[in-house]
Design a protein around this ligand. Structure first.
Ligand SMILES: NC(=O)c1ccc[n+]([C@@H]2O[C@H](COP(=O)([O-])OP(=O)(O)OC[C@H]3O[C@@H](n4cnc5c(N)ncnc54)[C@H](O)[C@@H]3O)[C@@H](O)[C@H]2O)c1
Length: 266
């Protein structure tokens, strides 16, 4: 018996598909047989991912837009419906850490942070949930959150607050949308080796970031995408309202990190 993800012939929307985690979500969904709408604010990135999906034998289209604006999310819904004739699966990976403490952050950065790390998740959820309900589609919506949504990253007060709010948005939406067979879940990464972060790595920052990670390495973008695609798939048909920590065991450490064994992952 082969493992059936139940994604063949489905229509997926990956919001923030242009880089790292989003790109791996698009490629993985396509390899499981879904057609993928590759969405990004960056036109070149959106087009390149759609091309990569098509070149690997999958079906894809691209959409360019800033999803912090409701009109753009509604245009995305209409474009997906007209190009694919439907949408069943949405994965939203858009988000960016705003590294300011409570004493420094300005009103403008607080507002920008919330638009990018929570308001756009609300817009994507509401616009696509209404669409799925109207068409009576049993769909799935997955958001990429962060471990900071469970325990704050000190020095990133607004980002942590937004990701905590995202956890609550996921749980409320899952409960309200369950009667329509719409599942809503999240993936909460710890530290991830993304192309953008890699450019910022120094020996000192890598050592500090891995101090409390039992697996002693960063997640790959593919490992985060695997979890998001699993939650979007038929294999997760009874999972809703969950936020999956994918953090190499970091959240299990507790107050005595000095007791961590000095093992290295292979
Ligand atoms: N990188 C990490 O270590 C890490 C850790 C925990 C959580 N996360 C979360 O993972 C998610 C992805 O992070 P990443 O570092 O891989 O992101 P990234 O910056 O590598 O990619 C984000 C993509 O979204 C696009 N995008 C940005 N703003 C947009 C907008 N307004 N509308 C449409 N597209 C937009 C970008 O062009 C880019 O292609 C985020 O939600 C982040 O909070 C990341």
């Amino acid at each position: 018996m082969t493992l059936d993800y139940g994604l063949a012939g489905k229509h997926a929307v990956v919001v923030g598909a242009g880089l790292g985690i989003g790109r791996d979500c698009a490629m993985t969904l396509a390899s499981a047989g879904a057609a993928v709408m590759c969405v990004d604010i960056d036109e070149q990135r959106a087009a390149e991912v759609a091309r990569a999906v098509t070149e690997s034998g999958g079906k894809a289209a691209s959409f360019v837009g800033d999803v912090t604006v409701r009109a753009n999310v509604e245009a995305l819904r209409d474009e997906t419906d007209s190009v694919f004739g439907g949408a069943d699966v949405v994965i939203d990976i858009v988000g960016l850490a705003f590294n300011f403490g409570i004493l420094e952050i300005s009103d403008e950065d607080w507002d920008r942070n919330f638009r990018l790390n929570l308001v756009q998740n609300f817009l994507v959820t509401q616009v696509f949930a209404r669409y799925l309900r109207e068409r009576e589609i049993a769909g799935s919506i997955v958001h990429i959150g962060s471990a900071t949504g469970f325990l704050p990253h000190i020095g990133s007060v607004a980002y942590s607050a937004a990701k905590a709010g995202l956890n609550s948005l996921i749980q409320s939406s899952a409960v309200e949308l369950a009667p329509y067979s719409i599942r809503v879940n999240g993936v909460a990464p710890g530290v991830v080796d993304t192309p953008r972060r890699r450019a910022e790595f120094t020996d000192a920052s890598v050592t500090a970031s891995l101090k409390n990670v039992p697996m002693r390495r960063f997640a790959t973008t593919q490992e985060i995408a695997n979890t998001a695609v699993f939650l979007s798939s038929g294999l997760a048909s009874y999972i809703s309202g969950q936020i999956y920590l994918v953090d190499g065991g970091a959240m299990a450490v507790g107050p005595f990190p000095s007791a961590l064994p000095e093992t290295r992952a292979v």
